[in-house]
Design a protein around this ligand. Sequence first.
Ligand SMILES: [Zn+2]
Ligand SMILES: [Zn+2]
Length: 344
Amino acid sequence: MKGFVWHKDGTASMEEIDMPRIIEDTDAVVKVKMSSICTSDLHIIHGFVPKAKPETVLGHEFVGEIVELGKSVTNFKVGDRVAVNVETFCGECFFCRKGFVNNCVNGGWKLGCSENGCQSEYVRVPFANNGMTKLLENVSYEDALFVGDVLSSGYWGAELCEIKKGDVIAVIGSGPVGYCAMMSAKVLGASKVIAIDIDNYRLGIAQNQGIADVVLNPSECDLLTEIHKYTEGRGVDAVIEAAGGEETFQIAWQIARPNAIVAVVAMYESPQILPLPDMYDKNLIFKTGGVDANHCDELVRLISENKISTNFMITHKFPFEKISDAYEVFGNRKDGCIKVALTY
Ligand SMILES: [Zn+2]
Ligand SMILES: [Zn+2]
């Protein structure tokens, strides 16, 4: 079968690879029905993910059909339609029991990083009882494509904000994770969502989809003045920083009101500076790091009930064989690309 493999020299190519098989009793093999490309795949190819292993099949965002189950995978049956979690987790270690599945001592981000991922025809899913979520009948593969990764990340960012009913939430970065954070913030009780980005096309999507109440482009306005207009001069109740730039990191704490939560869910390519003397009396709470993708059941339910829909993010579709073209379009944001769906 075919798999899209990355190499140490910063390239990736379609290769003939072995069919995955059950190795542990806790494994499943899933036939990929739809997969996507994530910014993290680009980070891997460009060498920014130290734990990524060269010559591994890329991809960690997908949905598919179970074709084989290890003996101890009892929550599913062959033929089930599932969304697969970006994280591999055992469910039993110290961190898993606390819900910090990203820090599982027996797992973490493996698929498409240190083990063969979903940009292939079949994938072995370790700890499959935990890593798969059954799709409800009225949820299509396309509806659920982002459940295990960007939607989980956006929801997690919103959850970190401990949103109270009526809060005003700012989301920096009007891209896939940002959109998911905006929708999740609303579901969790935000009264107003403010989207911030320097890309008017991407802001326009947030506005047209009705997932942001206010859109602000800091290169076209005085951001603090605008934010204060919507928050009685205080600053926002919480910020989700999903952009990952030097400037956006600074914006994140500046637009927060005193005692706000700043949830930093972006993946940075370099260290950032926390100017502590300038923020001394703001009493901020910073939360950082990689997604704990532990609400996939809830997310599938929200999609089924039409409370969240991520379908608008699929701006481009490519057959899996044309994955190099898909990378070209997604990686360079060509032709207004937000996310690509690879079809099989
Ligand atoms: Zn990802
Ligand atoms: Zn664990």
